[in-house]
Structures are given as structure tokens and as C-alpha cells.
Design a protein around this ligand. Structure first.
Ligand SMILES: [Ca+2]
Ligand SMILES: [Ca+2]
Length: 294
């Protein structure tokens, strides 16, 4: 009965308000916002009560669109492999010398090997440079003091981008050479496939199954004393269960195995961030380096 009386009072109040020309808000009304048909229906049903929330949403979207500094999201040197004995970052702004920031083996640009002002793009560290090779006669000669012998336990990492990939012949990225002993350790492309080979070895003892494209990639060679392994972009693509040659390097190069006589096997493209370790990197360390860490 109380409800009926209340309803009567309410209806009477509404009728009076209508006679007086008043607009009475319905306390049960909850505007449905952001409905396209509400906007078409009329301004009074399209009250933009959602505006403050929308502004916050836009701010969040703007944050997501901002550049992400990957380096700051990773603990510095969280898993940096030990045993680095040479590191040619190839970042110098000019001059013919390339520095070894880990050891004592600077190198020298030759025959027009040229600096490019940007290194491999997935680096999670400042990487302002790399070296471009013309595929004709360009090379870099590296110091060899303290480098591991070819048969020693070691790991070698290099980043590269080819400007052309041939289906014949070989292209040298990183080479340890001993001409007197007629021995070599050579990392590069064999008929377009990532590979490691030695003086006179055919076929290459380590060779991947897929031809390379013209993008940036990372190759890491690991010899643990028993197995030789080759990793492409952090994934093992070849292994060989025999030891490499036993000679020590009497020369080391980027882009060639013989500055005087190997035209046709010069690197054509860009090389960056070459590292030598005097120990066998673990698969986790390989993946860490291939992810662009320093
Ligand atoms: Ca670099
Ligand atoms: Ca040249």
C-alpha cells in the first residue's frame, strides 16, 4: 500500500512539473555512451560523459606507440659470455684502423673497404658502424696476437649482410690463415649457404641447409674440443665431429683468405661486430649473442 501511495505522489509531482514546463530527470536513467546511434538520435542522448576515460586511453596508446629502449629492459651483462679475447666492433667514425676493444689486435682497412654509419640494426647496445666490402678486392687485415689456434677450443661470432648471394663459389667473412702450413679456418658462405671450411676442404665440413638472403644475420662457430658447431641466428645449422686443423693463425682477415690471390671469394656486403672467445659458448650464450646483446 505504501508503494501505491508513493506512485501516486510521484505521478502527481510529474504532472505538476509538466504543467509548469519543467524537465524532471529520471533517477533510473543511465546514459549509454559511445553508441553511434545515440549520437544520431540527438544531442541529449550523446552526453560525452566518457571523455575523461577516453583521454586516459589515448594517453596509454601514445605510450605504447613510443619507441621502446630494449637495452634498458635487459639487465646489463646478464649473461655476457666470458673468454672474449678479441672484439672488432667496427664502430670507429673514420680512419683506416679498426680497434679491438677486448684485446690487442687492431686491424686495417684495405682496397676501399668502407665504413657505413650504422651497424646491424637488432643490436641492443649502441652500434654506430660497420664495414662494407665491394666483393672485388676489399678486405680488413686483423692482428693475431693471442688469437686461439685453429684447433683450440674457441668461438667466433660475426654479423653480416650480403649484397648479393651467388650459387657458386665461396665468400669469406672471417678467416684464420697459415699459409706456410697450408691450413686455414674460414667462416662465410659456400654457394650461398652459411658454412665453415678449411684449406682445400671440399665439401665444407660445416654447411647449413638454407641459402642466405640479403638481410642481416648472425653466424657463430663453436669448437668445444670434440664437436664443431655452426649456429645461424642462434640456431644450430651444422655440426662436424672432427677437429679443425692444428695450425696457429699467422694471419687473420675479414672479407678474404688471401689479399693477393683470392679474387672471386671476397665478401660482398657488410660485416659487423666480430668476436673471438677462447672457450666454447653454450647454446644459451649463443642465443644471447644472436639476440643482439653485448
Ligand atoms: Ca658495429
Ligand atoms: Ca675496392
Amino acid at each position: 500500500m505504501r508503494e501505491t501511495a508513493l506512485e501516486r505522489t510521484k505521478l502527481g509531482f510529474l504532472a505538476l512539473a509538466a504543467q509548469l514546463g519543467c524537465t524532471v530527470p529520471n533517477p533510473a536513467y543511465r546514459p549509454v555512451v559511445a553508441r553511434p546511434d545515440a549520437e544520431q538520435a540527438g544531442a541529449d542522448t550523446a552526453v560525452p560523459t566518457f571523455a575523461p576515460d577516453a583521454a586516459e586511453d589515448l594517453a596509454v596508446i601514445a605510450d605504447l606507440a613510443a619507441p621502446v629502449d630494449l637495452a634498458s629492459t635487459i639487465a646489463p651483462d646478464a649473461s655476457a659470455p666470458t673468454g672474449l679475447v678479441a672484439h672488432w666492433r667496427l664502430d670507429e667514425p673514420g680512419g683506416a684502423t679498426v680497434l679491438d676493444t677486448a684485446g690487442t689486435n687492431p686491424g686495417m682497412l684495405a682496397n676501399g673497404a668502407a665504413r657505413v654509419p650504422v651497424g646491424f640494426p637488432s643490436a641492443r647496445f649502441p652500434n654506430p658502424g660497420a664495414i662494407s666490402f665491394d666483393g672485388e678486392d676489399d678486405y680488413v687485415v686483423l692482428g693475431i696476437r693471442g688469437l686461439p689456434a685453429m684447433q683450440a677450443v674457441m668461438s667466433v661470432s660475426a654479423w653480416f649482410r650480403a649484397t648479393s648471394v651467388t650459387t657458386t663459389g665461396r665468400r669469406n667473412l672471417v678467416v684464420f690463415d697459415n699459409r706456410g702450413a697450408e691450413e686455414s679456418w674460414q667462416l662465410g658462405l659456400d654457394r650461398g649457404y652459411p658454412a665453415v671450411w678449411n684449406w682445400g676442404s671440399a665439401p665444407a665440413p660445416l654447411i647449413g641447409a638454407s641459402r642466405m638472403d640479403l638481410q642481416w644475420h648472425n653466424l657463430i662457430y663453436v669448437f668445444d674440443g670434440t664437436l664443431q658447431r655452426l649456429y645461424l641466428d642462434g640456431t644450430e645449422v651444422a655440426r662436424f665431429d672432427q677437429a679443425p686443423p692444428s695450425a696457429a693463425a699467422t694471419a687473420a682477415y675479414l672479407g678474404t683468405y688471401d689479399p693477393t690471390g683470392d679474387q672471386g671469394e671476397r665478401w660482398s656486403g657488410v660485416i659487423d661486430d666480430v668476436r673471438v672467445y677462447d672457450r666454447a659458448l653454450t647454446p644459451d650464450e649463443v642465443a644471447w649473442l644472436a639476440a643482439g646483446n653485448d
